[in-house]
Write a protein that binds this ligand. Sequence first.
Ligand SMILES: Cc1cc2nc3c(=O)[nH]c(=O)nc-3n(C[C@H](O)[C@H](O)[C@H](O)COP(=O)(O)O)c2cc1C
Length: 319
Amino acid sequence: MKIGRISIANPFLLAPMEEHTNYPFRLQMKRHGAALVCTERVDAIDVAARDRRAMRLLVTNPSEAPRVGQISGADPATMAAAARVVEEQGFDAVDLNFECPIRRLVDRGEGGALLADPPAVERIVAAVVKAVAVPVTLKIRSGPDSETETAPEVSARAEQAGAAAVEVHCRSVRQAYVGGPDWSVILRVRERVKFAVFGSGGVRSAADAVQYLRASGADGVGIGRGCLGNPWLFSECRARLHGGVARRSPTVGERARALLDLAEGEWQHYGATVALRRLPRVTCYYAKFLPNFAEFKSAIHQVRNLNDLRRLVREHFRA
Ligand SMILES: Cc1cc2nc3c(=O)[nH]c(=O)nc-3n(C[C@H](O)[C@H](O)[C@H](O)COP(=O)(O)O)c2cc1C
């Protein structure tokens, strides 16, 4: 499958998640078989101004290719300028966020707010497509609310303006993350466009992923919360799609190694101070299955360096 000139090796993609899908996380998901990885949303104004924090969110390396950098904003010229920076950083595609339901963003007329204004989306896409040579994609939801489904029109306009693919989070903006996704929106988007259509929402197991893929006719499935602490989900999805035998559950040792691998990556990426602050959030997803999880969760706050962490993991992750 192709997004513009990018080849996608399988239909299972990492969905962007703020505070999670940083460089070390993306690398781990990639190693476990995610076909395409994406940064979290970064404000176009900050990217265009090369703000330090924004640029750290856009750190990448060819080892995670193909990879996508995501920006949000409402002003076509600023989005175009930001897209150029994303391209310069080495990303293989630029993704435009018309998805985010966060009030702060919606009140500024950005993210999910733009789904109420399909012509505005078209203008932004056209400006960005003109500004960069890499493919431009967009991330949307079904529409502003359950009564107003604009995803098909927004996708059709975006394709006309030169976009190369769309990923639809199959919930409305008003729904945020509450309630089940409705994947039937993908069928209605499909009817309006020829480019690749991906869906996301509610994938927690390989069975979910394959079922949504087949029932909706999507070209691929974005996996969000389901892969937190569970990078094995990507290889399970691929095995299930090809009718293979379900992989055995990861061993305790494999879980310990995945946790440490991500933590070490965070240390390198952020430095010790920030990595330490993020540690409880990052590691607890990998430790949730432990019978003594409550103990691990309180002990993680006492960790001061990587050696402490390695010791804690040795003590708690025993087969
Ligand atoms: C914590 C969190 C942060 C998210 N951040 C982004 C983001 O920065 N950009 C984006 O397009 N979608 C974002 N999403 C939406 C996901 O990419 C995805 O569409 C959604 O989570 C799919 O649903 P699932 O988590 O039920 O699989 C975020 C979701 C979560 C849970």
